[in-house]
Ligand binder design. Structure first.
Ligand code: ZN
Length: 257
């Protein structure tokens, strides 16, 4: 029985279920956002989240995959754009994608007279999906299911490009906890620079992630051992995506609340 469970688990992992940033990436994004909330937004968010932190709920949406009541959000974690496409020109998922998910959560939170329980649900989803929107392989090619079908070898392990970018690369850069990640990459950023990083709209951020995704495919040899320089070469990009995700989430929440 135990063996069967292990086989199922390894099959699941080799299929590379698309979970977005791993828990560490989502927690880091949420910690950074929480640090940049206005007092008013922080009070209202804390009330809706039962006094728990945003990081506490940041991966909640991934846990809903086994709950059929939430089947309607199953494609909300990612968008796809094959080579030669932007987000705007790529064929769209009829059931929604990470960009439409962020828009829907914002619209729901703006709706007057919405119940607290629905507001809390859309807030938890928004915290997660802004993180996913900044995860490059969540804007990967449709033809290989966002990098799930793109095999690579990373430090002696066969895996796919999607899993590498969800969590293995984060773990490979620093051995920090999510809290340490947030503290270190958010350390003393001048206000002007912070504002510039948070500028733009969800559509612009989505398009940026598509561009990053294309450049990652171009720089990642398929079916080969990745060079040792790969992780450190991409470290600034990973740090920037986590930081921007956090600052932009704070900006959305400060505007909403
Ligand atoms: Zn996700």
């Amino acid at each position: 029985m135990k063996k069967l469970t292990l086989i199922c688990l390894s099959l699941l992992l080799s299929c590379g279920a698309a979970f977005g940033w791993g828990e560490k990436g989502h927690n880091t994004t949420a910690y950074i956002a929480q640090k940049h909330l206005s007092c008013k937004a922080e009070r209202e968010i804390s009330r809706l989240l039962d006094g728990k932190s945003m990081a506490y709920w940041s991966s909640w949406a991934d846990g809903l995959r086994s709950d059929e009541r939430f089947d309607f959000i199953s494609t909300w974690h990612y968008a796809n754009a094959d080579e030669g496409y932007t987000y705007a020109t790529a064929p769209k998922l009829p059931t929604g994608d990470v960009y439409t998910a962020v828009q829907e959560c914002i619209a729901q939170l703006r709706t007057k007279g919405q119940s607290d329980s629905l507001r809390a649900m859309y807030l938890k989803l928004l915290i997660h999906f802004v993180g996913d929107m900044h995860c490059p392989m969540h804007a990967g090619h449709a033809s290989d299911r966002g990098g799930n079908g793109y095999r690579i070898n990373f430090r002696g392990r066969d895996m796919n490009l999607h899993s590498l970018w969800d969590s293995a690369i984060i773990e490979g850069i620093h051995g920090w906890s999510a809290y340490e990640w947030a503290e270190n990459i958010d350390h003393r950023i001048p206000r002007k620079e912070r504002k510039a990083m948070a500028a733009g709209t969800p559509l612009i951020w989505m398009e940026e992630t598509v561009v990053l995704s294309h450049s990652i495919y171009a720089a990642t040899p398929q079916n080969e051992e990745l060079p040792r320089s790969y992780v450190y070469g991409f470290a600034p990009l990973v740090e920037e995506q986590l930081l921007e995700g956090g600052l932009r989430l704070a900006k959305i929440l400060n505007e909403l609340f």
